[in-house]
Design a protein around this ligand. Structure first.
Ligand SMILES: *[C@@H]1O[C@H](CO)[C@@H](O)[C@H](O)[C@H]1NC(C)=O
Ligand SMILES: *[C@@H]1O[C@H](CO)[C@@H](O)[C@H](O)[C@H]1NC(C)=O
Ligand SMILES: *[C@@H]1O[C@H](CO)[C@@H](O)[C@H](O)[C@H]1NC(C)=O
Ligand SMILES: *[C@@H]1O[C@H](CO)[C@@H](O)[C@H](O)[C@H]1NC(C)=O
Length: 371
């Protein structure tokens, strides 16, 4: 049945039909004007949102519902399974994000450079100032900026970055209080957990490691680029130091002597047990310390094991997960891997930042054990 026939069936006169036509023309006109207004307003909002100093709105459930408050490290369990690695899952709140998640966010969700996500390439080659930068320039994740470890760490080697310097570098890289920082290192995996830990210690909890780094990104078929982002709008990154996440010598002496804290050491088995010795450092470990080797945290492709596997790993290392935990290693870098693993299974583990390098010098023989 055609349109005319329909009108005939409804017994409408030509006049009526004409009137109907005219008023529908007017209605269309109003709809078009309305649509133009909506598009214009939308465009203005878009421009303000992308170029102004905006409140970003990306989902970041869980630990930072009220923004980044120091001392609010997640105490909730990670979602069951490896949800953060599932490309269909919006989990960006955890300390790990998958390459699939990042790709989806960057290219199908919030647009690069205008979003809450800032990818940082933290490649750092031990003993060199600019080799990390060279690697970055050879290829990085689109939109990623280079974080220069040497700038604030006085050359690296495990130290924490100088705070004022860290703040100004972050601001220069466009990191705001709301930015979800996703970081990767193409050289040394321990530096990823070290850097995530530094953000947490400095009170910025919207931070994740790109699970498997750029290597997995490339292996899984995602593109990299040599384009360097330009015209970065400075961010308003601020620092809220959280002393609960760090422990000094006196704190660890106390932990060693107490029954309610587990000291977990990330060094290799032989170094931990005192079978081998590193440089001038004394052999051995802290009394009662448990050994969970750093290398055990990862799958062969350097992605982190699942929360269940990580939990099992602590339990197999005789760690009582109902107790408090403090993590240590030789220089304070690998220990942050344990801190990340603890975080993944819902525990907050302060890091003994000076680790065995200091303990070996300060501790009396009674506080050094050889198996
Ligand atoms: C960038 O992509 C090319 C082509 O897939 C690959 O050969 C290269 O290794 C990648 N670079 C990095 C740093 O992953
Ligand atoms: C990184 O920082 C160090 C120390 O300030 C400096 O010498 C080096 O030129 C910086 N590298 C880059 C690529 O900015
Ligand atoms: C990065 O990792 C390397 C190798 O583990 C380590 O020697 C270096 O101290 C780390 N850099 C920083 C700044 O922590
Ligand atoms: C720790 O436990 C042991 C054995 O259960 C007990 O002898 C010791 O007094 C306890 N130490 C502290 C500090 O509570």
């Amino acid at each position: 049945m055609g349109r005319e026939e329909q009108y005939d069936v409804e017994n409408k006169s030509n006049e009526q039909r004409k009137g109907c036509y005219v008023s529908s023309l007017a209605a269309s006109f109003i709809v078009v004007v309305f649509a133009v207004i909506v598009i214009a307003v939308g465009f203005i909002v878009y421009l303000t949102g992308t170029q102004g100093n905006f409140q970003c709105n990306c989902e970041f459930p869980g630990n930072t519902a009220n923004g980044n408050k120091a001392g609010q490290v997640a105490s909730t369990k990670s979602p069951p399974g490896d949800d953060c690695r599932n490309p269909n899952n919006a989990c960006g709140s955890d300390v790990l994000v998958s390459v699939h998640w990042l790709n989806r966010k960057l290219f199908r969700g919030e647009k690069l450079g205008k979003s809450c996500i800032q990818v940082l390439d933290i490649s750092w080659v031990p003993g060199s100032t600019d080799s990390g930068r060279e690697l970055y320039e050879q290829g990085h994740i689109p939109g990623a900026q280079f974080y220069n470890f040497s700038e604030c760490n006085g050359g690296g080697i495990g130290e924490l970055p100088e705070r004022t310097c860290f703040v100004s570098q972050m601001r220069r890289l466009g990191v705001t209080r709301d930015t979800h920082v996703v970081l990767y290192d193409s050289v040394a995996a321990p530096n990823q957990s070290k850097m995530v830990y530094e953000f947490q210690l400095y009170g910025h909890l919207r931070v994740s490691i790109l699970d498997g780094s750029i290597e997995k990104w490339t292996t899984d078929g995602y593109i990299n680029t040599t384009d360097i982002p330009a015209n970065i709008m400075p961010g308003d990154f601020t620092l809220n130091y959280n002393p609960d996440l760090i422990m000094d010598y006196a704190g660890v002496v106390k932990a060693v002597g107490s029954n309610d804290t587990e000291v977990v050491d990330a060094r290799g088995r032989d170094e931990f047990s005192g079978k081998t010795q590193f440089g001038e450092l004394k052999k051995g470990h802290m009394p009662g310390a448990k050994n969970v080797e750093y290398k055990m945290l990862f799958n062969p492709d350097m992605t982190y094991k699942t929360p269940q596997e990580l939990e099992r790993m602590f339990i197999d290392g005789n760690v009582d997960l109902d107790k408090e935990m403090v993590v240590t290693c030789r220089s304070g870098v690998a220990a942050t891997g344990l801190a990340v693993a603890a975080y993944i299974i819902g525990k907050t583990a302060p890091v003994y930042d000076m680790s065995w390098e200091e303990w070996s010098r300060l501790a009396p023989d009674s506080l050094i054990v050889i198996d």
